[in-house]
Write a protein that binds this ligand. Structure first.
Ligand code: AMP
Length: 406
């Protein structure tokens, strides 16, 4: 090392057959490049690269990309074409999204062999995500073994939950043996949005209580007291809680016994039903809120009922987290639905004037990618729309950690 540290951070989000990336310059948090490799391992893999620093054209390429190693090398090549190669001394670190950090990882962590082993040990509670995240880490380590790799965990923000919120009411010996507890997910987004909401209110995060509603294809709510999460709606897995695009969210666990014993379904079939074929999609055949709103406007009853079930559950969680927090300064909507679907925001707080919650219809109808308040000035609780930025949060946490260690 020369003693001068790089200022760029590459953020990698590695899925089972995809690799999403962003390169950021942490001097001003600007984005230098972003992209996605899809269908890794198939003949029709696709790479889409957006060179943001140069303002150049989006570049797309199709053709077989055998594995994550080949995918990252293809990404590195694209970045080199923009003069942003991964061999550059300007690159300070690589930040990896890791879905499940269990109870062990409460903070972003520099990756070493022991960290990899611990993420591996968590595979039984995150069988879909952690193996893919590990592949990304291993691949990046092989490419730049000298560079700090940082794991940023989706669960970490929720590790501050008290035991009363984190435990299920089952025999603790059984729960502990199988690591069954409520971990929560989307933590990077809840952390970013709760902080950005405090900033929007012009107050310190420590002084503010916020209910964050992350409503994307996956959806979760959290209760954040003074910057620390005290409850969240997802549990052992991302299946619990709100109605989502394709997941059922909360249901009586006996539904599962009933489907097995009376419905004759296998555990795998039930798993697929509840994770992939339920939620908005299961209720009306569409999981995209835009399409659902179009169908409602056309008088479609199934779409209308799906919307009502979605909003009813959301309202219940707002009420529950209001009670958990006692006093609430803001309710923040984020992610695809939360940021864009004004009717969802309006319906979710309708009738909650007694709790100090309301939206101003004109403010709520404005489209913007900036954080904004959509409640009337006189409202006791601010209703805010705060676009999430998980990549920036991962990059910020990664850079801060690497800065501490050099
Ligand atoms: P995310 O997982 O945060 O990318 O959110 C994806 C979801 O956001 C989609 O499935 C849609 O339901 C929703 N969405 C995206 N854009 C809009 C929009 N303009 N209006 C309503 N919903 C939207």
């Amino acid at each position: 090392m020369t003693g001068t540290r790089g200022t760029r951070v590459l953020v990698l989000n590695s899925g089972s057959s995809s690799l999403k990336y962003q390169l950021l310059d942490m001097r001003d948090s600007s984005r230098l490049a972003a992209g996605l490799v899809e269908r890794i391992g198939e003949q029709t893999s696709r790479l889409k690269h957006t060179p943001l620093a140069s303002g150049g054209d989006v570049r797309e390429a199709e053709g077989p990309i055998a594995d994550h190693d080949a995918a990252l090398k293809a990404v590195a090549q694209e970045l080199s074409r923009d003069g942003l190669g991964l061999d550059s001394p300007d690159l300070a670190a690589i930040g990896h999204r890791v879905v499940h950090g269990g109870m062990f990882f409460t903070e972003p962590t520099v990756v070493d062999d022991a960290v990899i082993a611990e993420i591996e040990r968590l595979i039984p509670v995150a069988p879909l995500h952690n193996p893919a995240n590990l592949t990304g880490i291993r691949t990046a380590r092989a490419l730049r073994p000298d560079l700090p790799q940082v794991a940023v965990f989706d669960t970490a923000f929720h590790t501050t939950m008290p035991e009363s919120a984190a435990r299920y009411a089952i025999d603790p010996r059984i729960a502990d043996r199988h690591r069954i507890r409520r971990y929560g997910f989307h933590g990077t987004s809840h952390a970013y949005v709760s902080r950005a909401t405090a900033e929007l209110l012009g107050r310190a995060p420590e002084d503010v209580n916020v209910i964050v509603l992350h409503l994307g294809n996956g959806a979760s709510a959290s209760a954040v007291r003074g910057g620390r999460c005290v409850d969240t709606s997802m549990g052992l897995t991302p299946l619990e809680g709100l109605v989502m695009g394709t997941r059922s969210g909360d249901l009586d666990p006996a539904v599962i016994f009933h489907l097995a014993r009376v419905g004759g379904m296998s555990m795998d079939e039930i798993d697929t039903l509840l994770n992939k074929r339920s939620g908005l999609f299961g209720l009306c055949g569409d999981n995209d809120m835009r399409e659902i709103r179009r169908r409602i406007d056309g008088g479609d009853e199934a779409a209308s009922l799906a919307f009502d079930i979605y909003v009813h559950r959301l309202k219940k969680y707002i009420g529950a987290y209001y009670a958990v927090l006692g006093t609430v300064d803001a309710v923040a909507f984020t992610a695809g639905v939360g940021e864009n679907a004004a009717p969802v925001r309006e319906a979710a707080v309708a009738g909650l004037e007694g709790l100090g919650l309301a939206v101003d219809p004109e403010r709520n109808a404005v489209r913007s990618d900036r954080p904004r308040i959509v409640s009337p000035d006189a409202a006791r609780v601010a209703v805010a729309v705060v676009p999430t930025d998980e990549e920036l949060e991962i990059a910020t946490q990664t850079y801060a950690l690497v800065g501490k260690n050099t």
